[in-house]
Design a protein around this ligand. Sequence first.
Ligand code: NAD
Length: 445
Amino acid sequence: MSSSTGTTSILQYTPIDEIPKIREHLKATYNSGRLRPLEYRKQQLLRLIHLVEDNYARFEEPFKADLGRHTLEVTAGELNGIVMELMYLHDNFETWAQPQKPGFNLKFWAFGPVIKRVSKGVVLVVGPFNFPLLLTLSFLGAAIATGNACVIKMSELTPNVSAALTELLPKYLDQDLFRIVNGGIPETTAVLQLQWDHIVFTGSPSVARIVAAAAAKHLTPTTLELGGQCPVFCDPKMDMYLTARRLLWSKSLNAGQTCTVVNHIFVPYEAQDALAKAFVQVYNEFFPEGPEKAPISTLATDAAFKRIKELLEKTKGEVVCGGHELFGPILPIVPVKDFQDAIDWTNSHSHPLAVYAFTDDPNFKEYVFNNTHSGQFVVNDTNIQATIPTLPFGGVGESGYGMVKGQYIFDTLSHLRATCESPRFLDMIMGWRFPPYTDAKIKQA
Ligand code: NAD
């Protein structure tokens, strides 16, 4: 859809020579202190909430055009989630922004130590295609709450959604502080050459390495929200209908293009047929006229479709579980002799973003939890952990680093500036620290 001239038919890419000027302009406004007052942050945050709330209908068509998204998924999976996160920030950020006294320590109380959460400067948010608004606007909201100016770099794979946001953002937010950059690799490369005060990147591990390397040149702190590869450990005693229903939902939502989607299911051989049967039943319930006629999301690009099709053709219905992220609507069932094999396999590959256990057995839950590593651990469901604003959200190892959501993203985008003030009377107690050093002073130290 894009051309080498830096445009799509729908979206004008940001001219590359404009990008440094945007950053300079935002930095100058940031330095002026305009965003320091909490009242102004609250006003801008509220305006961002209104941007989303006023435009549910406006975003419907762009999501359909870019991702084939059904209105239900746009509303529940994207827009409601943004409003919920922004409202949670709006209602709480003033409390989180208050100076905080560390625990009392008699030796140091006289210094009056206090932790102040201060802004960092200009934050860069680089977003993925699969939740183009949720994974940019929720971080923009956190930048506002923490008093940072912010540039959003949208994915080039969702030009209609980007065009809608590019049109709306200046109508709601202070353009001297919050801007969008549109474009593909050349534009993102130009963005990454600049010095930012924090980068929040959501995307694939391979591009994350490019982002981290660019950030390292400026020693810029980064938060990397990556994918995926989330396994399910399915207890053979589990209700297979409930399991199949929740897992097929996970694979249908956004055509399986979510970072927390189940990647494969480990189940003992003896329970494999029961699980497969339950999937057939649920599949027929979900798509009574076949998936072709169902108003479900589609894969975002022709390349993704080709990749998934080839994967299916290559495996000819056999199980695939090669350590790759599938990121699409196919779901391998992997029969195992015992769960230790599944644990060993999981631990010999990159750490997943989430590990899921489907079971009612407390011992099984504990066994899976204690023997695996992942960003999150969820029992009897998938994806929902990403909607709970009071929980931290982040990966481990190949699934990323740094924490987002609620108070965690507030701390991520704040600098915890340590402050203390030395009282005048201190010299009476600590006069021994000043030269000339003497034996008597060594005894007092
Ligand atoms: P991607 O890594 O291809 O692209 C992400 C962003 O990077 C886009 O804005 C894109 O323009 C830019 N980009 C792409 N190639 C680049 C390059 N060579 N140099 C500089 N910038 C470049 O990711 P995607 O396909 O848009 O999103 C899917 C991935 O995101 C999956 O791996 C998924 O698991 C992950 N994801 C993670 C989370 C999370 O919260 N952990 C959430 C959603 C998606």
